[in-house]
Ligand binder design. Structure first.
Ligand SMILES: *Cc1c(COP(=O)(O)O)cnc(C)c1O
Length: 458
């Protein structure tokens, strides 16, 4: 399988190069040249199914044996035998629990695999690299856990000091591995992101230290997420079902759309937003207009622009990268992206629905799930359930993706239900472990000199 950029001005490359690059040189995102059709015979075991799907996209560059081993390793870190169990909470209404991985958020599903895959490819090339990233909470801990045992990778994660939750910070700072480095920046999440961008834009620095990123624009993350949509469809017997997805960067729901292109029996995709509702407004008005970000109870969905939407836009432009690049350039200039009515009618209207749920609505869903179903759900999952309630049609089976464990957001859970959610056993000592972190000012030179010191000290 070959990969092309959504902006059409980068050469076509293979799977491992697309994985190592993350972003294309023209600023676009990599997509496979075509969507692979699903094999008629599929495994019901999660790791085996993952290997079957990964083979469709990575085959030729990694052997079947290697892929099998990577998937087995990645999903053996999950605490549930089913890896991503389906739980019914109402007639025709299910939760797909994606939070049984090491850091309690769905990002583990992709990052456990990506870490292993990076390490294998680097070992074969006798290369080392340094992953640099910024986090507002969930991505940092999932990325760290994905590479903590990798011998060819150092990781440096910047987070805004005092602005991530205690659980989120401790999940990053208590990891003992020598290749893991966390940096508390005196600034906001946007400052952290700007520092990371500045390091990537400094080409000599980037090349000298072999920097890489694992943010959700990496194709491998989207690919790994396609698997659980197919697994859920197969588990529910193959009748058409819809999914409701609490959405931020659009990576998760895009994976569902790809599963549908591959032939999975998916009816509709419901996009759930919190009050940062740029996507909901797009689906209502056919125009995307960026505004500022409001902090909410579901911080991993507090985004201004959903970066993975570009992959769908490319498809809506009939895979014309030049047209996609122009549309995005206009969006940056004017703050508004409008799609043509025929594009909307063909690609969006038949498949997508959207609803936004504000903080009051989120707490209300959490309280009702507790009272009526005796279940604690996290605020992101609650947004998904709220969107299901708003969009579901008579008789439609809807699977809502449960993207985080309630114990990751104990304050919101307590506020909604009066209950304190227990951390799973493997994290029970999280508040006893010593923390290790470096504190730096919001200053590029200081951060660069820290990153430079990391690769050499190993
Ligand atoms: C990252 C995240 C999301 C948003 O996922 P996208 O792929 O960015 O749309 C939703 N919920 C939780 C808990 C997350 O960590």
């Amino acid at each position: 399988m070959k990969y092309e950029s959504t902006r059409g001005a980068s050469p076509t490359i293979g799977f491992t190069d697309a994985m190592l690059a993350g972003l294309a040189t023209d600023g676009g995102l990599y997509v496979p040249k075509s969507w692979a059709p699903l094999p008629a015979e599929r495994s019901s075991n999660y790791a085996s199914l993952a290997a079957e799907i990964v083979s469709l996209y990575a085959g030729g560059e990694l052997s079947e044996d290697e892929i099998r081993r990577l998937c087995d390793q990645a999903y053996s870190t999950f605490r549930h035998g089913a890896v991503v169990p389906l739980v019914q909470y109402d007639q025709d209404a299910w939760l797909l629990e994606l939070f049984h991985g090491p850091t309690l958020a769905f990002k583990d599903v992709a990052l456990q695999l990506l870490g292993q895959m990076f390490d294998l490819v680097l070992a074969k090339k006798s290369q080392r690299l340094t992953i640099v990233g910024a986090t507002s909470g969930d991505t940092g801990s999932a990325a760290i856990d994905g590479v903590r045992n990798c011998s060819n990778i150092d990781i440096v994660i910047l987070y805004p000091r005092g602005r991530v939750s205690d659980v989120q910070r401790r999940q990053m700072t208590t990891v003992e591995s020598a290749n893991v480095h966390t940096v508390a920046i005196d600034g906001t999440f946007d400052d952290c992101q700007d520092l990371v961008k500045a390091m990537f834009n400094d080409a000599p620095f980037r090349e000298r230290h072999n920097l890489s990123a694992v943010n959700s624009i990496n194709w491998v993350r989207v690919m790994a997420q396609v698997v659980y949509y197919i697994h859920a469809c197969d588990s529910l017997g193959g009748q058409p079902i819809s999914f409701s997805v609490p959405t931020g960067n659009f990576g998760n729901v895009l994976a569902g759309w790809i599963a549908k292109q591959m032939g999975a029996p998916i009816d509709r995709l419901i996009v759930g937003s919190n009050s940062n509702d740029i996507l909901t407004r797009f689906f209502d008005t056919q125009k995307m207009t960026a505004t500022s970000v409001t902090p909410t109870l579901s911080p991993s969905m507090d985004i201004q622009v959903s970066s993975n939407f570009e992959r769908l836009l490319f498809e809506m432009n009939n895979r014309d990268g030049g047209a996609t690049a122009e549309q995005l350039a206009r969006f940056r200039q004017t703050g508004t992206l409008a799609v043509e009515p025929d594009q909307y009618a063909k690609w969006i209207a038949p498949v997508f629905a959207a609803a936004s749920v504000d903080d009051a609505g989120t707490l209300d869903v959490m309280a009702r799930m507790h009272k009526e179903c005796n279940m604690l759900v996290d605020p992101h999952t609650a947004v998904g359930i709220g969107a299901t309630e708003k969009c579901r049609r008579e008789g439609e089976t809807v699977v809502t993706l449960a993207t985080a464990h309630p114990a990751k957001f104990p304050d919101a859970v307590r506020k909604a239900t009066g209950e304190h959610p227990q951390l799973p056993d493997h994290l029970a000592d999280l508040f006893q472990l010593p923390e290790r972190t470096v504190q730096l000012p919001n200053d590029l030179a200081a951060v660069q000199s820290f990153v430079a010191s990391v690769g050499t000290s190993g």
